[in-house]
Design a binder for this molecule. Structure first.
Ligand SMILES: [Zn+2]
Ligand SMILES: [Zn+2]
Length: 342
């Protein structure tokens, strides 16, 4: 990946990504998203696990309230019993008893986003190598209107399709991946964003891209573009929205009802030349894929094997989701070098 050159579309700080003529509200909104992401990455494993547990309990209550008994039951059973392969200090692998595969389930979402990462990372590396393109993280936003979540998603998807047909886009971008993020403001208006890992083949002026986006949306010029220096991190950042398309803590029964109607809506996809490349891609030994390697390594481990991190023998623990939480807390509070449980 080339990093020696700088271009006008490379914005050093995401906080300054919106130009001065943009509305203040839009700028504040994007800024909040950035700080939220940074805050999330600082949380400990037990805090994130507790968050997932609470989110599931909340979803389960909403499902019960809507009379969605089957969904509530699935959510309750999902990841409720776990087989944990551990040395007592590190966790080599967790196998859940049951996965609900509900699109808003945070546990299943994590699994799904890991699968996407291990599938697309080698393809992205291969594409960058063969086509000499550099990756950027592009966030496209649209103005808020009184509309349903489905309408909001359709509107931004349609605009993005139009953008891809324009000669400007074809000249500078060679495809990539997209994922959808939904949020709702306190007035109940939907904010739908498209997070794109775009493969750019030439530098361009961000103001040009902004005017192109305005041309296809008719009323929106707010976007954010930042360079991706490490493609693995860049991809993770984008598939995160596959596991967390919206803020469930502020999610009510009506939101769930509306979401259940969106059964077939796609939340992640590839586009342009990158999509064609993926279809014909055959991984080679040189397309080093650490995600897959790590996963296959973990798959091969069994009780009695040496922990990949500290070489202590691994053993199998059967835990409930609450017990796993306490196990994480135990590991986090144990002094370094000391084995928490054995
Ligand atoms: Zn689940
Ligand atoms: Zn260990």
């Amino acid at each position: 990946m080339k990093q020696s050159t700088l271009s006008t579309d490379f914005i050093s700080s995401p906080l300054l990504a919106v130009p001065s003529q943009a509305k203040t509200t839009a700028r504040t909104y994007l800024d909040k998203r950035v700080t939220k992401t940074q805050r999330e990455s600082k949380r400990t494993r037990s805090q994130r696990a507790r968050e997932r547990l609470r989110t599931k309990e909340h979803l389960e209550r909403l499902a019960v309230g809507l009379g969605e008994v089957e969904l509530a039951d699935k959510l309750r059973r999902c990841h409720s019993r776990l087989s944990v392969l551990t040395c007592g200090r590190h966790i080599a692998r967790i196998i859940p008893n049951f996965t609900c595969e509900f699109r808003l389930c945070p546990d299943c979402g994590r699994r799904r986003s890991r699968k996407l990462q291990s599938k697309y990372l080698p393809m992205m590396r291969g594409f960058m190598l063969h086509r000499k393109v550099t990756p950027v993280h592009l966030v496209l936003t649209q103005t808020h209107r009184k509309e349903s979540r489905k309408q909001s998603a359709k509107r931004i998807n349609d605009a993005f399709k139009k953008l891809q047909r324009r000669s400007f886009w074809k000249e500078f971008f060679k495809g990539g991946t997209w994922s959808l993020e939904f949020t709702k403001d306190k007035n109940g208006l939907h904010h739908t964003h498209l997070h794109i890992v775009g493969f750019r083949q030439k530098f361009f002026d961000i103001e040009l891209l902004r005017s192109e986006w305005l041309a296809v949306t008719g009323d929106s010029h707010v976007l954010n573009l930042k360079p991706i220096s490490d493609i693995a991190t860049g991809l993770r950042e984008v598939v995160k929205y596959v596991s967390k398309p919206l803020d469930i803590r502020r999610f009510g029964a009506e939101d769930l009802r509306e979401f259940l109607k969106l059964k077939n809506m796609r939340m992640f996809g590839t586009f342009g030349e990158f999509r064609d490349f993926c279809k014909s891609f055959v991984p080679s030994d040189n397309d080093g894929d650490e995600v897959s390697e790590l996963e296959s390594l973990a798959r091969d481990l069994t009780e009695g094997c040496a922990c990949p991190k500290c070489a202590a023998p691994l053993f199998d623990l059967r835990l409930s989701s609450d017990e796993l939480l306490r196990f994480y807390e135990g590991i986090e509070s144990a002094p370094p070098g000391k084995v928490g449980t054995s």
